[in-house]
Structure formats: C-alpha cells, structure tokens
Design a protein around this ligand. Structure first.
Ligand code: PMP
Length: 356
C-alpha cells in the first residue's frame, strides 16, 4: 500500500493491516465459496460460524468463559447502550460516575427510566481528571462507569469496590489492558476503536443480572431476546462482525490482552515523556489519570499551530486534531498502532522544539 498513513484517529480508527487485507479479500471471495461475505445469508453455516467464533473469542480474551456471561454483537452504537442498559436494569435508582461527555450522555438517557444519582463528577474541571473517594449508595440497581474518556484522555486506573452491579462503557479501551473483567456485570463497547469497523456494538453481560425490572421491554432492546437468539434476533451487521472477529483472532494470535498491554504502555510512555519534557506542549489530563489510549495535549504557544500542523502532515500523520471541547491535539493509540508510528509523532514534536 503506497504511503500508508500513521493514523491517530479517535474512532473509527486504525486496525491491523492484515485485518484490512483479509477483510477486503473476503469482500470478493469468502472462504473460497465464490461468494462475498456481504452477500451470503446470515443464517448460512459460514456466517453462523463467524458469529460464534467472535462471541467465543470475546469471552476467551476477557477471561470470562464459564462464568455466566454472554457476548452479543448488537447495533445502534454505544449510544444505544446508554438507553438499553437503563431499559433493562434500572428499576428505581442507578448511580453514574460523570467523567466525560459520553458519561453525561448516558446519564441523560438513564434519567428517562428512573432516578439517577451522580456519585461524582469532574464536569466543572472540563473532565481533566477522574473523581476518587466518592460514596456509593448501597441501594443502587447498578453503578455505571466509563473506563476511558476518549475525548478528554482520562482513564480509570482503580475501579471502585462495590456491592451493587457494575456496568461499564469500555468503548475506547476494551481489550487494551488486563484486569479482572469478572468485576463487571455488564460491559459494552462500540466496535470502532479496538475491535473493528463501526456498525456493531459489543455487549458482554452476566445473565443473572437480567429479568429483574418490571417494565415491558421491546424485543430489539431486550438483552434476553438477543441472548436467546444467539445474537441473531435480526440480521446482524455481518461485515462489522466478521472484521471484528478477524481483529479478535489477531489479538489472540499476538499474545492476547497481556501482550498488547505491554505495547500500549510503551506507546503511552513514549508520548507522555515527550509531552512532559518538551516545553512547547502541555498535557491536558491530570498525570495519574492519563489514558493509555488517547493522549490529549495543547501547544503552550498557539502561534506555533500552523508550523506544527504542517510538520505532522508532512510526516504522514493523520487524525491528531483534538476534540472541539478540549482543543489542541489528541493522539489515539489503539491496539493496532505500532510503537514506530508513535515515534514518528514524537520526533515531529521534538523537531518543533529544535526549530522554534
Ligand atoms: N462511549 C465512548 C467512551 C465513546 O468514545 C463513544 C464514541 N466515541 C461512545 C460512547 C459513542 O459511541 P457510538 O458512536 O458507537 O454511539
């Protein structure tokens, strides 16, 4: 591929090059069937095998096999999960930790279904840190967290010990670091960061959490319906699920989450050391809460913006503009990003200092 760029986009984003290759081949001819992955029936054995392998790989990689969890590939994005979690789980009262715009949106949806307690919030500080040491009421139906705040570049490092069910939006850091995933009762994540193309959303849910609310739930929004149909209640997004499955296979073949975590730590250390040592850049997030996936930073002197922008574009870098609510820059370094690509960005940052 001529001139493949160093893609720091926040999502949709970089995926492994071999996944792009295999997925594109399957568009033309899937499994030597003479048919495209996107023209075969979703009920065909070939596709049912894809769905089952994807669901299995999720539980295997997260270490959740045989622990009462089911993996589902749904549609509607993580945004649909903001309301679906509340629809299925919120009977009277739920707690939310407000750590960013996505948490805020989840809170807004949950309020349609019951009482919402914001256990803590960093909204007043434009979400540049993760609140800690807050009280969690014992009578919550669940506590909702956002493990990684894509826009602000903060990440929860220590999850609270709770006696209530734990629900977590892991859209932008799932499969990127090891942890005890069995602490969570429901995890959801849009595919378009560490897993695949947009168009499908992963939900991993502990089955015994379900069936406890008194309201009637429409079939398409009911986790139990999707579980009973093996994630095939209606036509699934076949290409998004297939490509996600390829990425999950890639992750497993490359040593799983533990191996990728080591690489992710190296990438994050490389860019954050540059941010800290280079006087032209300021990190946005509080140091102890810095995200390994999305590094947010600004220029100390805004006059250098034009020069810096021209330099990184010249270096073949894409997607480092910050979100409008933070400004500056955001380097997203998802699983498929190489250390070399991060080094290219860090070199450009160093060059700016030498030049300025
Ligand atoms: N949660 C987080 C943490 C996100 O980063 C995003 C999207 N960037 C969303 C939720 C919303 O996801 P979607 O666009 O799939 O609805």
């Amino acid at each position: 591929i001529p001139m493949k760029k160093h893609n720091f986009s926040a999502g949709p984003c970089i995926l492994p090059q071999e996944v792009f290759k295999e997925a594109s081949e399957a568009i033309l001819d899937f499994n030597n069937s003479g048919l495209s992955i996107i023209e075969i029936s979703h009920r065909s054995k070939d596709f049912v095998d894809v769905m089952e392998e994807a669901r299995h790989l999720v539980l295997e990689l997260l270490g959740l096999e045989g622990k009462g969890y089911k993996a589902l590939f749904l549609q509607g994005g993580a945004s649909m999960q903001f309301l679906m979690t509340a629809y299925n789980l919120l009977e009277t009262k739920a707690g939310y930790l407000n750590t960013g715009s996505w948490s805020d949106k989840a809170i807004k949806e949950a309020k349609l279904f019951g009482e919402v307690v914001e256990v803590a919030s960093s909204k007043d500080a434009n979400y540049n840190f993760i609140p800690k040491g807050y009280d969690i009421p014992k009578d919550l139906d669940y506590l909702h967290l956002t493990s990684n705040n894509t826009i602000f570049g903060t990440q929860i490092k220590d999850f609270p010990e709770v006696s209530v069910p734990l629900v977590c939006d892991m859209s932008s850091d799932i499969f990127s670091r090891t942890m005890d995933f069995s602490k969570f009762d429901l995890i959801y994540a849009g595919a378009q960061k560490n897993m695949g193309p947009s168009g499908t959303t992963l939900v991993v849910v502990k089955e015994d959490l379900l069936g406890k609310v008194s309201r009637k739930i429409p079939s398409m929004l009911d986790y139990q319906v999707h579980i009973s149909k093996a994630s095939m209640f209606n036509t699934p997004p076949v290409f998004a699920v297939y490509t996600s499955m390829l990425t999950l296979r890639w992750l497993k073949n490359n040593g799983g989450i533990a191996a990728i975590e080591e690489l992710n730590e190296k990438k994050a250390n490389l860019i954050y050391s540059e941010i800290d040592v280079n006087p032209l850049f300021n990190g946005f997030a509080e140091k102890e809460d810095r995200s390994m996936m999305n590094a947010t930073f600004t220029l100390a002197n805004g006059d250098l913006k034009e020069t810096f922008d021209a330099m990184w574009k010249e270096a073949g870098i894409n997607g480092v503009n910050g979100h409008r609510s933070v400004g500056g820059y955001r380097a997203s370094m998802y699983n498929a990003m190489t250390l070399d690509s991060v080094a290219v960005l860090v070199d450009v940052m160093g060059d700016l200092e030498r030049k300025a």
